[in-house]
Design a protein around this ligand. Structure first.
Ligand SMILES: [Zn+2]
Ligand SMILES: [Zn+2]
Length: 300
């Protein structure tokens, strides 16, 4: 197991008895990445048995309170854990929010808060490029500027174990293969591409608050895991007015998404039960769309 995605909050607007406000934790090779931080998120992280200290980067989709109110408290906790710095990515305006809170309360943090504000873009863009993965984002269609995010593990070139055994390749052969791309084994030239294959990396996409937009498909296409808001079942007028998605629309774009697993989140509290969502998905004969719940965990 390389990592896991844990849903920390699956309610829209207000928290409910059973559902916290938005937050998704992605743990990968000892590091944590947090997508949105609604009120109560740090306690949800603890309850899920995850490490707050390991949080390396935070991605805030937009400035509605149900996605950011947990952030000041989380920053203070990281500071109390003697974390030196924290990297936060968001839309324009987050810096002002954090400055207002920290200037208004009686607390002077030592932690360095590095906020990267990104301009709204209708094209998918890379916001972080690491050695093993990259984070991409795209502008969505909410009532305020809102970004969706993707975590993409880079593809890896792997040696075919069977072929290596057949050819009896040794350590020095691999050094040569990595250096020049081929070896001369018993008078025969063997190219690296003949004995390797490309292993696709894991792709996770988070689509928070948005009304219909083709950018959902642009960012989420062929994800291994897509966590997507489905505030409403089929209330199209409300969805348009408040800038949210309906399950009906997700079912409509489902064939184009080509995702392995889709998890719905950000449900309106108007639904005391999500049975109708479940029934509608089953009616379509779809087996890879699931209803998200707090503490739902998906390993990869
Ligand atoms: Zn929201
Ligand atoms: Zn919102």
């Amino acid at each position: 197991m390389k990592g896991k995605v844990v849903l920390l909050g699956t309610s829209s607007a207000m928290p409910t008895k059973d559902r916290n406000n938005s937050g998704v934790y992605l743990g990968y090779k000892g590091k944590g990445f947090l997508f949105d931080c609604g009120e109560g998120t740090q306690r949800q992280i603890m309850r899920a048995g995850l490490s707050i200290y390991r949080i390396d980067k935070i991605f805030i989709s937009h400035l509605h309170t149900d996605h950011i109110l947990g952030l000041p408290g989380l920053i203070e906790t990281l500071d109390m854990h003697d974390k030196d710095s924290i990297e936060i990515h968001s839309v324009k305006g987050l810096k002002n929010v954090i400055d207002c809170v920290l200037n208004g309360v009686i607390y002077a943090p030592d932690i360095q808060i590095n906020i990267n504000e990104h301009s709204f873009s209708a094209d998918v863009f890379t916001i972080f490029e690491g050695k093993e993965f990259r984070i991409k984002a795209v502008g969505l269609n909410h009532v305020v500027d809102c970004l969706g995010f993707s975590f993409e593990e880079k593809p890896k070139i792997k040696y075919n174990k069977e072929k290596i055994k057949q050819l009896d390749l040794q350590g020095s052969d691999f050094i040569q293969l990595e250096k020049v791309g081929y070896i001369n084994k018993n008078g025969k030239i063997i190219k690296k591409e003949e004995i390797t294959f490309v292993e696709k990396g894991f792709k996770f996409t988070y689509i928070p608050d948005t009304y219909r937009t083709e950018n959902i498909i642009k960012l989420a296409k062929e994800s291994d895991l897509l966590v997507i808001e489905s505030t409403y079942l089929n209330e199209e007028n409300k969805a348009r007015e408040y800038g949210h998605l309906t399950l009906e629309y997700i079912l409509q774009i489902y064939p184009e998404l080509e995702c392995k697993k889709i998890v719905l989140t950000h449900f309106s509290r108007r639904y005391s039960s999500l049975e109708e969502f479940e029934n509608r998905i089953r009616e379509e004969g779809i087996t890879n769309i699931f209803l998200g719940h707090d503490f739902m965990e998906i390993s990869f």
